[in-house]
Ligand binder design. Structure first.
Ligand SMILES: CCCCCCC[C@@H](O)CC(=O)SCCNC(=O)CCNC(=O)[C@H](O)C(C)(C)COP(=O)(O)OP(=O)(O)OC[C@H]1O[C@@H](n2cnc3c(N)ncnc32)[C@H](O)[C@@H]1OP(=O)(O)O
Length: 286
């Protein structure tokens, strides 16, 4: 079905109410590789309930924790085969720190639908408030639907965040586990692209690839640990573009440039000729 952008853009996707416990937060952090050194007090802030702190990227899984089916790419005016879709970009803006347990309501809408010729980019947003009515976070995502462009929509602008020309202030190498995607899917993203070799091949990949949002969390944690002394509390927002795939088990190399009030970040796969993984990534502090 061709995309009907007039119907899709601005469509109200309704409200969902969801809740989470400290167990969900612990599982999420473990699925990002937290706790690899259980003797490190700083790791225990992610992996043990005493002094538990919630990584802001938990916002991306909290509404979906109890989903057990693959996601459907259907919005008003849009219906796309899941095998054609990859995650394009992600932004989370926190309005206050995420509590270790809670109940919240998210209201979602389609923000924009862009026609890139060879692909469509669908941008959606969820605004989340606590059950006492306080704004908790706003998360904006885009998905890149290969072969779905050409529907006559606008192309949109490309606002790039280029890192400075100087050498990065910090370079971080972070491992991922071969079973990382199999763990991460338990946080509510059961897309078979990340687990099923046949589905991955049908989507044009040699093997299952890692969830973009897993990389998003792994890199946020690595940057938080190295530059914010493993303290999530100052983080106000984290945004990134998924510039290339990650294979579960491969190393990630993250370069960080400090700027006033923000960190600029890029991530590559050093064992695949520094293939880009994340670009345009920015962490801002409150
Ligand atoms: C409702 C629920 C739905 C389910 C959601 C899915 C949930 C998850 O399970 C799915 C996943 O996690 S998939 C894994 C994570 N994502 C990825 O691995 C994608 C990695 N990126 C790529 O492969 C390429 O960059 C690629 C393929 C994205 C683009 O590469 P190219 O085709 O070479 O594109 P390029 O020629 O560079 O650019 C064309 C135009 O598109 C814009 N663009 C590029 N990358 C983008 C991206 N990542 N996000 C958004 N837009 C992007 C470019 O800016 C360009 O537009 P313009 O010419 O106007 O500047």
């Amino acid at each position: 079905m061709p995309i009907d952008a007039d119907t899709a853009i601005g469509a109200d996707l309704g409200e969902t109410t969801f809740s989470w416990t400290s167990s969900d937060v612990l599982l999420y952090h473990l699925a990002l590789g937290a706790g690899a050194d259980p003797t490190d007090e700083r790791e225990l802030r992610y992996a043990y309930e005493r002094d538990l702190r919630v990584l802001p990227s938990f916002a991306t899984v909290a509404p979906n924790l109890r989903l057990f089916e693959p996601p459907a790419v259907t919005f008003p005016g849009i219906s796309i085969d899941l095998a054609k879709v990859v995650h394009g970009t992600q932004e989370v803006v926190l309005h206050r720190p995420i509590p270790v347990e809670g109940k919240a309501t998210g209201r979602s809408r389609v923000v924009d639908v862009l026609d890139k010729g060879k692909a469509a980019v669908i941008v959606s947003e969820i605004a989340v408030t606590s059950d006492s009515g306080d704004p908790l976070w706003t998360a904006r995502s885009s998905i890149f639907a290969r072969g779905e462009g050409g529907f006559g929509g606008k192309r949109g602008t490309s606002d790039r965040v280029e890192p400075p020309a100087r050498e990065p202030d910090v370079v971080l190498d972070t491992p991922t586990l071969p079973q990382q995607a199999l763990l991460y899917r338990l946080c509510g993203d059961r897309n078979p692209l990340h687990a099923d070799p046949d589905f991955a091949r049908s989507a044009g990949f040699d093997t299952p690839i890692l969830h973009g949002l897993c990389t998003y969390g792994v890199v946020l944690k690595a940057v938080t640990d190295a530059l914010l002394d493993a303290d999530v509390r100052p983080i106000r927002s984290w945004s990134a573009k998924f510039a290339g795939i990650v294979l579960p088990g491969e190393r990630l190399r993250t370069r960080v440039w400090r700027e006033e009030g923000r960190l600029l970040v890029t991530t590559t796969a050093p064992d695949r000729d520094e293939a880009p993984v994340l670009s345009d990534a920015v962490l801002t502090e409150a």
